[in-house]
Design a protein around this ligand. Structure first.
Ligand code: SF4
Length: 338
């Protein structure tokens, strides 16, 4: 933030804390470069100085003002949102995230940008610049976009100060735009002492390209309970998630219903039958190259369950002694909180 105060570019929307003007700048900046946005933003604000002016304008005026920026749906959304703001929020932008995110065109980025820059609220955001900076600072290897986002947000949340939120997000973006560029200028970087990629001289390796078209797998999971204990089995010592303890279940085959898969898996894996199965919930979990949707059932079964080194009734208070895959941990977190 100190670096930003000294080095930030002097941009017209940085002279205002008016949430309407900041909103317009953020939407325009999602379209194109800063240099292109400057004249567009100046003209727009001259023509529509307040959200009221946008609400009262004809759609044609809005579109012609936007002409050249592309993605006309964004301009139409600004128009629709301005009308809602005038009608429902007494002519001023709401400060409440729940209200903002319901406005047309307000995704997580725009909501966070307006809340932090205009209202000083502590809301971290991710754009391409921030993603690049954080991926390099942490040198994280993950290719899966949704997981990258979770990690970046968790990191930002851990370093975002309690004061100065209007500057923090802008400082991170500016660092990405001016210093931590595709070819980074590490020697003048204010955070180089905290940057793992710099330390390991691997700046070019991050962020990792995202994996598209991730394979999706559906699987069933059986909750077998004996009083407060759960039946868990140990995975083989080789291969994926070796030696970890998991709930019984397995992949749903093509053309199989979850219930049919559950019956088949329990028969094949444990030699038991299902008397009753009650669907509890679904959980999605990401592995490096695939995504698995776990359909969780609480089951009443018939037949004798094996109890040996690899099959046990385990109480939640002993879970720490049994390493479990993250998907199983997620299931228990949900199960035990409800
Ligand atoms: Fe980016 Fe280099 Fe700064 Fe790390 S040290 S954040 S790679 S500019």
């Amino acid at each position: 933030m100190n670096w930003y105060k000294k080095s930030a570019r002097d941009l017209p929307w940085r002279h205002t804390r008016d949430p309407y003007k900041i909103w317009i700048s953020e939407v325009m900046l999602q379209q194109t470069t800063v240099a292109t946005v400057i004249p567009y933003w100046n003209e727009w604000i001259k023509k529509f100085p307040t959200v009221n002016d946008v609400a009262q304008a004809k759609e044609q005026e809005i579109l012609s003002q936007w002409q050249g920026l592309g993605y006309y749906s964004r301009a139409k959304n600004i128009h629709k949102a301005a009308k809602i703001i005038v009608q429902n929020f007494e002519h001023s932008m709401p400060k409440n995230p729940n209200a903002l995110e319901k406005l047309p065109g307000f995704g997580p980025y725009t909501v966070g940008a307006v809340l932090s820059i205009a209202f000083d609220q502590r809301v971290p955001i991710i754009d391409a610049n921030i993603k690049r900076v954080v991926a390099r600072i942490l040198a994280f290897e993950d290719h899966v976009e949704s997981r990258q986002k979770i990690k970046i947000l968790a990191f930002l949340d851990s370093v975002m100060p309690t004061q100065g939120n209007n500057i923090f997000n802008q400082a991170m973006m500016e660092l990405g735009a001016l210093v931590c560029k595709k070819d980074p200028l590490c020697e003048i970087c204010p955070v180089k002492n905290y940057c793992l990629a710099y330390k390991e001289k691997k700046q070019g390796d991050f962020p990792k390209p995202k994996i598209k078209n991730i394979k999706e797998i559906d699987a069933v999971v059986a909750i077998l309970k004996n009083k407060e204990k759960f039946y868990l089995q140990k995975r083989p010592s080789k291969g994926l998630l070796a030696d970890m303890w998991e709930l019984p279940g397995g992949k749903i085959e093509p053309a199989e219903t979850p219930l049919k898969a559950l019956r088949r898996e329990l028969k094949e894996e444990l030699g038991i039958g299902v008397i009753k199965a009650h669907f509890l919930f679904k959980i999605t979990h990401f592995y490096t190259s695939f995504r698995v949707k776990l359909h969780v059932f609480e089951c009443e079964t018939e037949g004798k369950l094996n109890l040996d080194k690899k099959h046990r009734w385990i109480s939640p208070k002993d879970f720490a002694k049994y390493p479990m895959p993250a998907g199983t941990v997620k299931i228990f977190q949900k199960l035990l909180q409800t």
